[in-house]
Each structure stands twice: as C-alpha cells, then as structure tokens.
Design a protein around this ligand. Structure first.
Ligand code: NAD
Length: 281
C-alpha cells in the first residue's frame, strides 16, 4: 500500500510554506487571527472581506506581510455573489500563485453585524427576510466559496484543505437569554447546515485530495460582538461552560492550523468543537 509522504518531524507538518491560504471575513476577529496563523506558518495569505471593509483588510494584509515576511493581498467581495467569488478566486490565483487552503470564515451573528448594509440591528426587518439573509450569508456563501475554491484546486491538480466555520450553536440550542424575535433560529440553522454541507462536500472532493472539515467555536470573545451585551447574557456565556469562561480568539488558532496543514491528512469531513466543554454538559 502506498504510504502518504509526510515530513519526518511532526512539527514541520504544520508548516504552510509555498502555499496560498485564503481567509474570508479576515477583517473581523477570528479571520484576522487565522490569517495571522497562516502567515506565521509561512503561507501567502489572501485577506478577503466585504468591499466596505477593504481599508481594514488592506491594513491587515500590510501588517502580516511586514511582520511575517510573506506575500499578502487584500480583496473586497460580497461572498453571497457567486460570480464575484469566481472573479475573486481567479484574481487571487493570478496574484498569489495558487489556492491551497481556504478558511471559509465570514459570517454574521443573529443580530449584531455592523458592516452589513442594509442590516437590521433593531429587528425591524420582516422575520422571513431576516431569516433568509442570515442563511444566505452564513450558509449559502460558505457553499459558494467552498465549491469555487475546490474547482480551482481540482484544475490546479494538487489537492488542498477547506475549513468551514460552523458553531457550537449548530450542534445545540444556545441557552443564553438572547432570543427576542421569531427569526432567531436563523443562526443555528445556518450553522447546522454548514456541518452537514461539510460532511457531504468532504465525501465528494476527497478523491481530488481536497479535505473539507469545519470548526465549531463556542462563545469566543469578540470586542465588537460582545461588548454591548447585558451582564445577564455575559454571565450565561461564562457559567454554561465547564471551563467557566469565554474563549479567547487565540485559542482557535491551533485547530485551524491543524486542519489547514499536513498535520491532519487523515481528518476528513469532521468538525472540531472548541467550546470549553459546553456541549458535554
Ligand atoms: N465569535 C464567536 O463567538 C463565534 C462563535 C461561533 C462561530 N463564530 C463564527 O466565526 C466566524 C467569524 O466570527 P467573528 O466572531 O470573527 O465575527 P466578526 O464579525 O468579527 O467577523 C466576521 C467577518 O465576516 C465579514 N462578512 C460578513 N458577511 C460577509 C459577506 N457577505 N461577504 C464577505 N465578508 C462578510 C464581516 O465583515 C466581518 O469582518 C463567523 O462565521 C461566526 O458565525 C463565531
């Protein structure tokens, strides 16, 4: 039986030298840290976020290339637009050389999404319209990005790794008393969809050497996302975890690098739960 070619030293398998990694939502909290992780591991990194975040994305690209001496470039793209995503990947391939790793991370919470226009933070939008919008951004965009990336990887003929971003909320119903309107199931439904899509798509593209997996963060502290929440909700975020605290964003980096790299060549179609033990209770 043919043995997979792996570097002898296990730590070397986490390196991403000579690879290009694409991170969506990289102007945001988790995406920024993932992009930093990939740059530290030696990859060229495409920083992708909404067009209205381009200035922030460019600043991230500049910072990472200066700090870690890797190629980076920033792109503005609304990922629910399939033809814009096709153009995006063509452009990244031309400018950074290939597509090897994708962290499919862009997404919105149920309510607080400052960069989306039009976005209804006050919940005045029709519930059905809001519900569909969350599914479009959190699920349909991940389908568009993953399938577009896989097509490029197949054409390039070298395999790759796609990491979707699900959530603890795709596995269990959040206990936090945050549900005020009937459309609030949208977030959990979208993330449960990501979990299923990950397994299905992984089974389809592993024959091309493309591994598809996901991460499910629990309550991960994001300044813009959590600072405005009530004491009651924050207290619930802390006390519903055996670990009795929220996650720091840096605590997600190791799992994403594992999935992106040759450290995980036999991990296919799985989800890594990073929830401080929330779902074991
Ligand atoms: N922070 C948490 O507690 C937590 C927990 C579980 C899952 N997640 C998931 O992790 C991912 C990142 O979350 P975060 O906490 O870093 O939030 P964040 O708001 O800091 O980052 C999300 C980024 O996605 C971008 N984005 C949104 N819609 C987009 C679109 N249509 N096209 C392109 N970019 C778009 C936003 O502009 C933003 O920069 C999301 O998918 C989120 O659902 C977060």
């Amino acid at each position: 039986m043919k043995k997979t070619e792996l570097k002898e030293n296990v730590l070397d398998r986490f390196r991403l030298d000579h690879k290009t990694a694409v991170v969506t939502g990289a102007a945001g909290n988790i995406g920024y840290h993932t992009a930093m992780t990939f740059a530290q591991a030696g990859a060229a990194v495409a920083i992708v976020d909404l067009p209205q975040c381009l200035e922030r994305s460019e600043a991230v690209a500049k910072e990472l290339s200066e700090k870690y001496n890797v190629k980076t470039a920033a792109y503005g793209c609304n990922l629910v637009d399939a033809s814009a995503v096709t153009e995006l990947f063509d452009q990244i391939e031309k400018e950074l050389g290939s597509i090897d790793v994708v962290h499919n991370n862009a997404g919105v919470g149920g309510a607080l999404t400052p960069d989306i226009d039009p976005w209804d933070t006050e919940h005045h939008m029709d519930h059905l319209e809001h519900w569909k919008q969350v599914l479009d951004i959190n699920l349909v965009s991940q389908y568009i990005v993953a399938t577009t990336a896989a097509r490029v990887m197949i054409r390039e003929g070298h395999g790759g790794s796609i990491i979707n971003t699900a959530s603890m909320a795709g596995h269990v119903v959040n206990q936090a008393p945050m549900y005020e309107t009937l459309d609030d199931s949208s977030y959990g439904v979208s993330k449960a969809g990501v979990l299923y899509f990950t397994r299905h798509f992984a089974a389809q593209v592993i024959k091309y050497g493309i591994r598809v997996n996901s991460i499910s963060p629990g309550y991960c502290y994001s300044p813009g996302l959590h600072d405005g929440l009530s004491e009651e909700i924050l207290d619930c975020y802390v006390k519903t975890q055996p670990i009795m605290r929220m996650a720091d964003v840096e605590e997600l980096q190791g799992a994403v690098l594992y999935l992106a790299s040759d450290a995980s060549t036999y991990t296919v179609g799985h989800d890594i739960m990073l929830d401080g033990g929330h779902t074991i209770w």
